[in-house]
Design a protein around this ligand. Structure first.
Ligand code: RIB
Ligand code: CA
Length: 324
């Protein structure tokens, strides 16, 4: 089967890093590039963190491009309180040299999307995609499949009562992307908090990962410790919600999530800024511009995550039903 070409647009970020690891270990897809956006971490820090993950995975052949350093309108608010002062869980991994920037993210996207059939998995604020729409909407509309970790339907927000961080950090960018998809009669796959909150990396699962593949397991432990502490303090759970890898898993196997088609609009102002208003009952009589995902199979996610990231046979994972 032909590999599907993908660009990962992200803000690494702890869970972004796990998502990149899953993508790199999945033979169905070819990561043709990684574009960095300001979000969890400032864009330069995200750039360094992406290289650290590529170094760990032995994939410094993959190009990384620096994108937007602030949202298109709002003031930039990072999430280093969640991801640690280094944006990678206080792992303070050594910087990776190299990677001369011959172009910025928007230029890379504009150039590359017109060369081939390429999908985008967006794991951060959608500022780079909004910049692309502004400079080259034709290229944006060439995107084969657009999967976005962001938004929420019925699940409460994670940085306001109603808003998820990626769309809250740059609501104007998210709104522009959804509006542009609507105008083009296309649909974005919205992998929101309704499904990602089901994906919790627990100490037991982490311990099991270390037993199955010590090198990778220890790397994951190193970058997630800070995240565990954050989740205990703020979400009172023992473990950490790893949002972004689910977007990659869903790209690989659509049956891992289920949901419905709906018109979705992103609020850009006021108390509910960043909220995804999902018109599930079709009050506005508008064509669906999103597939809103509401259910996921946690066990199947971890089977896929383990088998790829830890490079083991699924048959070795019979214990998962006891620990997931
Ligand atoms: O709200 C969760 C999302 O915001 C994830 O993508 C996380 O990495 C942050 O970017
Ligand atoms: Ca992210």
């Amino acid at each position: 089967m032909r590999k599907r070409k993908v660009i990962i647009d992200c803000d690494p970020g702890i869970d972004d890093s796990l998502a990149i690891m899953l993508a790199l270990q999945s033979s169905e897809m070819e990561v043709v590039g990684i574009t960095i956006v300001c979000g969890n971490a400032p864009v330069e820090m995200g750039f360094e963190n992406a290289k650290k993950v590529l170094q760990q995975m032995g994939r410094l052949d993959i190009p990384v491009y620096i994108g937007a350093d602030k949202p298109i309108k709002r003031e930039y608010v990072n999430a280093l309180d969640t991801h640690g002062p280094d944006g990678l869980g206080e792992s303070f991994l050594p910087d990776v040299a190299g990677y001369h920037q011959e172009m910025c993210a928007a230029e890379f996207l504009s150039h590359t999307l017109k060369q081939d059939k390429i999908s985008i998995i967006a794991l951060g604020p959608m500022t780079n995609l909004a910049e692309l729409i502004k400079v080259d909407k034709e290229a944006f509309l060439q995107i084969d499949e657009l999967v976005s970790m962001g938004g929420s339907y019925k699940s409460h927000g994670n940085c306001s009562p109603v808003a998820e961080y990626n769309y809250w950090c740059d609501p104007d960018a998210a709104a522009l992307v959804y509006e542009t998809m609507y105008a083009a009669g296309k649909q974005i796959h919205m992998v929101g908090l309704d499904v990602t909150r089901e994906i919790v990396l627990t100490p037991t699962i982490l311990e099991y990962m270390c037993r199955l593949n010590q090198e990778i397991g220890m790397f994951v432990r190193k970058i997630t410790k800070f995240y565990f502490d954050f989740h205990w303090q703020w979400e009172h759970i023992i473990g950490c919600v790893i949002n972004d890898p689910l977007a990659v898993a869903y790209f690989l196997d659509k049956s891992i999530c289920d949901g419905f088609d709906s018109f979705v609009q992103v609020e850009t102002q006021g108390i509910s800024m960043g909220q995804t208003v999902v018109d599930a009952m079709n009050f506005y009589r508008k064509k669906a511009n999103a597939k809103v995902l509401t259910k996921t199979d946690t066990k199947r996610f971890f089977e896929l995550f383990f088998s790829r990231v830890l490079e083991i046979d699924v048959e070795q994972l019979d214990i998962l039903q006891d620990i997931v």
